[in-house]
Ligand binder design. Structure first.
Ligand SMILES: C=CC1=C(C)c2cc3[nH]c(cc4nc(cc5[nH]c(cc1n2)c(C)c5CCC(=O)O)C(CCC(=O)O)=C4C)c(C)c3C=C
Ligand SMILES: [Fe+2]
Ligand SMILES: [Fe+2]
Length: 348
């Protein structure tokens, strides 16, 4: 039977609009995900509906309004551009979001209708976290099992130390070093410390000592903290940055539980007092600019750094549709296609 390959890009998703009601619907779907808020379902329901949804949607909607474009959510618009650039007739590319639209469900329907036999799943998350990579993969695999079990799949692994991804980051960051920063801050999306312990298969390694996530350990196949450190250290090495020329922090904390530290918001307030006046910030956990980079860092973070005595602040854009990143994705797709065709061709 003739094989028909296709690609499915996966990301987190945005509300349908900046209306408070749409933001509430989106946050409800997002936060009722048991891999995001991992309390038992009835408790999660009470926390989400009793304590978060009555208040947060109004503030989040205001934040989304600050970054929303005429075409829609930056995350969706930029992801769609990437999809268009990768799309081709003999290997169509689809885009689905874990929450909101385009949904995984509707895209898998489309994929099925187009007769795709082999699907390359490409989660746009460089690092493994149960609240990002794991949840989008779990939902996609469940949907495929239910709607299209006949489709063969291949899954892109977390690419936090892939030399091509690091090379693309280097290409994007390097021109900004001409601005002579005092420091480069690598700010990653945070996660609760509890999640790190849960995804440690040994249940005895991560966060057990200060440098546990810096060392080699089998637990690191699913250790978000180790993977973020690795991305930062390897990118810094490519850029020729010494250890005192860059800093690593974690942003976007939600709730009162301890999350990975140091926190980006506190770091931005403290750095000017430590003599850092000129700062570059890069957010490598996001391949696509979104609310958390464009509002939390470029607006809120910048204001806070400058108000604390900083003099120069630039947030380096995410990889988005940069040609260096599109090349990386296209190469991954091409090598998968070559392997798929080769494995489908009977040997003589
Ligand atoms: C980079 C990977 C991400 C991880 C890990 C992650 C964990 C995580 N997030 C929340 C809560 C929220 N995140 C929100 C927005 C958001 N988060 C990511 C990525 C990761 N989240 C992205 C790409 C975005 C932006 C979406 C966009 O539309 O631009 C939000 C919504 C906005 C807000 O109200 O602040 C919430 C809420 C938790 C609790 C969590 C880990 C447990
Ligand atoms: Fe998030
Ligand atoms: Fe670890």
């Amino acid at each position: 039977m003739a094989r028909k390959p296709g690609v499915l890009l996966l990301n987190l998703g945005s509300p349908a609009s900046t209306d408070v009601s749409d933001v509430r619907k989106y946050l409800g779907e997002f936060l009722m995900d048991g891999r995001v808020l991992d309390a038992p379902k009835p408790i999660r329901w009470i926390v989400v509906n009793g304590f978060i949804l009555p208040f947060r949607p109004k503030n989040s909607a205001a934040a989304y309004k600050r970054v929303w474009t005429d075409e829609g959510s930056p995350l969706i618009v930029k992801s769609e551009k990437v999809r268009e650039l990768l799309d081709c007739e003999d290997c169509p590319t689809f885009l689905a979001m874990n929450y909101g639209e385009p949904s995984i469900d509707q895209e898998i329907e489309k994929i099925k209708k187009q007769g795709i036999t082999d699907l390359f799943l490409m989660p746009q998350y460089p690092h493994y976290a149960m609240s990002s990579y794991e949840t989008v993969v779990a939902k996609t695999m469940e949907t495929l099992r239910e709607k299209a079990p006949e489709i063969q799949t291949k899954l892109l692994q977390p690419f936090y130390q892939d030399e091509d991804y690091l090379g693309a980051l280097e290409t994007v960051i390097r021109p900004y070093l001409e601005k002579k920063p005092d420091l480069v801050l690598f700010s990653f999306h945070g996660i609760p410390e509890r999640h790190l312990r849960k995804t440690d298969p040994s249940h005895a390694h991560c966060l057990e000592s200060g440098d546990c996530c810096e060392n080699c350990h089998p637990a690191h196949a699913t250790c978000y903290r180790h993977q973020c450190f690795t991305t930062a250290h390897k990118t810094a090495a490519r850029l020729g940055l010494a250890r005192d020329q860059y800093h690593i922090s974690f942003q976007s904390r939600l709730g009162r539980d301890p999350w990975l530290t140091p926190y980006t918001d506190k770091t931005l307030e403290e750095l000017p007092g430590k003599g850092v006046k000129r700062l570059l910030v890069i957010c490598p956990a996001f391949v696509t600019d979104c609310l958390e980079t464009l509002e939390e860092i470029s607006m809120e973070g910048k204001d806070s750094f400058l108000e604390s005595g900083g003099e120069f602040f630039v947030q380096i854009p995410c990889l988005n549709d940069h040609p260096a990143w599109i090349d990386v994705l296209r190469n991954r797709i091409d090598s998968w296609r070559n392997q798929t065709v080769a494995s489908a061709t009977p040997s003589a």
